[in-house]
Design a protein around this ligand. Structure first.
Ligand SMILES: Cc1cc2nc3c(=O)[nH]c(=O)nc-3n(C[C@H](O)[C@H](O)[C@H](O)COP(=O)(O)OP(=O)(O)OC[C@H]3O[C@@H](n4cnc5c(N)ncnc54)[C@H](O)[C@@H]3O)c2cc1C
Length: 268
């Protein structure tokens, strides 16, 4: 048995003070969809749980023209159901609607998901393909610099993800090949096209977590058609291999799923 003290701050300042008072042993909790199971398994035993769900500054979705800002405490269900986002960037709503099951989508938050950076989580792929900015209580970080490895991010222990923001691309789509048991991605690919080119980000497959597939980006930037990916492949040595699938299987999945995402984004 171990003791955990639960706190319910109503502002970011209060949350930060509680964290500094915990001597580095506390944890923020949002939806609790990852942290609470981890605590139940005794893989985490925080001295203090600092609940972010009642902090108004983390709530809300703002869409101004094509500029989208999603508060860190926004649930996956809120993103999936946002008509304002859907009107300019339907791909991210589709992605949010594919996360877990209804209970996970109604509790889990975008801030918790990207802070956790599970190598099979969906949002990291969208953040990188959309060129998103991650807003925290201390700074703004480009998505490409935020995700640093398996379950690793640029966040410091006492730093809170307050929001993510990005410009809606001209066309985008997310395609996911699910593990039928966990519903996490065996491979998930977000494709986003703008005037300046195409970005392709892959989750669930890379041995170092989410990655951008440069060769696919160049090919699709020249010809935004799935056939542009013919002849391309990812390095099998950089893919995850586990009881769910070998690295060779995942390398093949990356190509198949990227083609599907490109086809959907292109409106084929
Ligand atoms: C059955 C099941 C199926 C799932 N399927 C999927 C899936 O298909 N795809 C997918 O992407 N995810 C899936 N998830 C994970 C889910 O999306 C979680 O919501 C997400 O991983 C964590 O979000 P949370 O808000 O619950 O965070 P919590 O569990 O509360 O916290 C997770 C971590 O992030 C930290 N944290 C939380 N909020 C913040 C913040 N604002 N700033 C800084 N740090 C913060 C916490 O301290 C903790 O370390 C699944 C989970 C379950 C239980």
């Amino acid at each position: 048995m171990y003791e955990t003290t639960y706190h319910r701050p109503s502002s970011l300042d209060e949350a930060a003070q509680l964290m500094s008072g915990s001597g580095g042993e506390g944890k923020f909790v949002s939806g609790g969809m990852t942290l609470i199971p981890t605590m139940k398994q005794r893989l985490a035993a925080p001295s203090d749980l600092i609940d972010l769900r009642h902090v108004d500054a983390l709530k809300g979705i703002e869409v101004n023209g094509r500029h989208i800002r999603i508060g860190g405490g926004t649930t996956h269900a809120e993103v999936a159901q946002s008509d304002a986002i859907k009107a300019v960037c339907p791909g991210i709503c589709e992605l949010a609607g594919l996360i877990g099951d209804p209970a996970v989508r109604h509790m889990g938050t975008i801030g918790g998901s990207i802070a956790n950076n599970d190598p099979a989580a969906d949002y990291p792929a969208a953040m990188r393909a959309l060129g998103a900015t991650i807003h925290t209580t201390k700074r703004e970080v480009a998505a490409d610099d935020f995700f640093t490895g398996l379950f690793e991010t640029a966040l410091e222990e006492d730093e809170i993800v307050t929001a993510v923001s990005f410009e809606a691309p001209d066309q985008c789509a997310y395609e996911k090949f699910r593990n039928p048991a966990s519903r996490y991605a065996m491979c998930g690919v977000f494709v986003a096209k703008r005037d300046g080119g195409v970005k392709v980000a892959v989750t669930g497959a890379g041995s170092d977590g989410v990655f951008r597939w440069d060769a696919a980006e160049q090919a699709l930037s020249q010809n935004f058609d799935p056939s542009a990916l013919d002849g391309l492949s990812v390095d099998e040595g950089m893919m995850m291999s586990d009881l769910h699938g070998t690295s060779a299987y995942r390398a093949n999945l990356v190509k198949v799923v990227t083609k599907r995402a490109a086809r959907n984004a292109a409106g084929h």
